[in-house]
Design a protein around this ligand. Sequence first.
Ligand code: B12
Ligand code: SF4
Length: 410
Amino acid sequence: MKVLLVHPSCLLYSEIYLRLEPLGLERVAQAVRTAGHDVRLLDLQVSRPTVYVHEISTFRPEAIGFSLNYLANVPEVVELAKATKARLPQSFIFVGGHSASFIPHELLQHAQGAIDCVVRGEGEGSTPQLLEAISDGVVEMIPGVVTLEGTGPPPLLLDSLDQHFPARDLVRQRHKYFIGALDPCASIEFTRGCPWDCTFCSAWTFYGRSYRQSPPEAVIEDLARIREPNVFIVDDVAFIHPEHGMAIGQEIEKRGIRKRYYLETRCDVLLRNREVFAYWKRLGLLYMFLGIEALDEETLHLHRKRITLNENLQALEVARQLGLIVAINLIADPGWDEVQCRFIQEWAASVPEIVHLTVNTPYPERKPGIQRPVSSPRLTTGSSMFSTPFCRLGFPYSSFIENWSRPKPS
Ligand code: B12
Ligand code: SF4
């Protein structure tokens, strides 16, 4: 079957600081290719919409799969699905990814028949099964599948992460992926899932609190194929198990692989496994993203973060001592008043790190997950950057803008 997999365009203004390769879609593409299908991948972060139209007219795919990790991409995917159904009425259109998995019914309703099904959960296992089932006309028995007619069994989890290496070769214009100074930059996955259960986060609901590691040999095989000098390690929490991080690192050292890295982790993991991060600093770790989330014990407790403020601040100190460039996240509560807003703002201005602020916006039915980004005090260009019109703030919106807007850095 001819299959086209599509990643939607960049998130609003994110191109200022990053554009990353569609790793999830590349992994799904590899699974589909292994099953014998003729698969193409189009990333609208780097290709114009006209390329999509051209691909639809010339390749004439029988199945089209969209990746939908972020709610901000929902309108684009729904519009593309509708336009595609109008041109290729026989094509089968499906959507997967984090956000799609949490709002399948809403998506199907918005698409008014243009999306045939949503595939919840990891796509590697279910997508080849789905493609097989399309010809039989009944897809509702495939794990994770949701249609307007029914819902299949719960999504499958991969037994092993090294089953499908990403089909990096299918992505055109690889040189366009970067994060900050890591340019060009590829992405890689060492582990998947997270054993914690913070109230605001969708990682643990998506992966069922499973935590799986790719064998170090498989990671190295994947890494050795990457030509880019920089690598974004996409793990939700890097180096939870120090021996895994050390084993990968030692193999990198043995092979003489020299790259620069970006990763994300928890503050307590950094404190506990400091030597692993120090080792990776020597191997080329440059950037680190830390989820601090709140500056008081009560809110940390409400977020079920299972960490103290003191530990968070100690970890920041460790990251500074290691000489890493650090970005941190804080979760903004739409109920904050001006005093709380001012307190956070002053704290953000007093630390050397990049402080990223995110408004917590639960999915429908209060499912855990989704944080909606609002602004970074250091990157904001003006009101168009804010998602706050959609939130009810505890103080006037105009005052929020006035307090948080900063000129765009030149
Ligand atoms: C890279 C990344 C980003 C990049 C995205 C750039 C890009 N275009 O790729 C940036 C930095 C911009 C970003 C931003 C944000 N992110 Co982010 N991000 C990630 C990260 C670290 C890696 C994604 C990845 O490559 N994963 C690895 C691949 C293999 O997995 P995957 O993409 O999920 O794909 C699998 C499935 O989803 C599925 N699938 C995916 N596509 C498709 C398509 C089809 C057809 C099918 C069938 C299946 C399928 O199958 C794939 C293989 O199993 C994840 C964490 C993680 N480890 O996943 C968080 C994550 C996805 N992000 C998250 C969050 C919260 C955010 C922010 C809100 C953070 C913030 N505070 O600002 C913003 C959102 C911005 C917005 N406007 O909405 C959450 C979940 C988001 C959600 N929808 O609920 C995650 C899970 C991190 C977390 N634990 O909190 N993020
Ligand atoms: S916020 Fe981080 S530690 Fe908490 S559940 Fe999500 S990925 Fe895990």
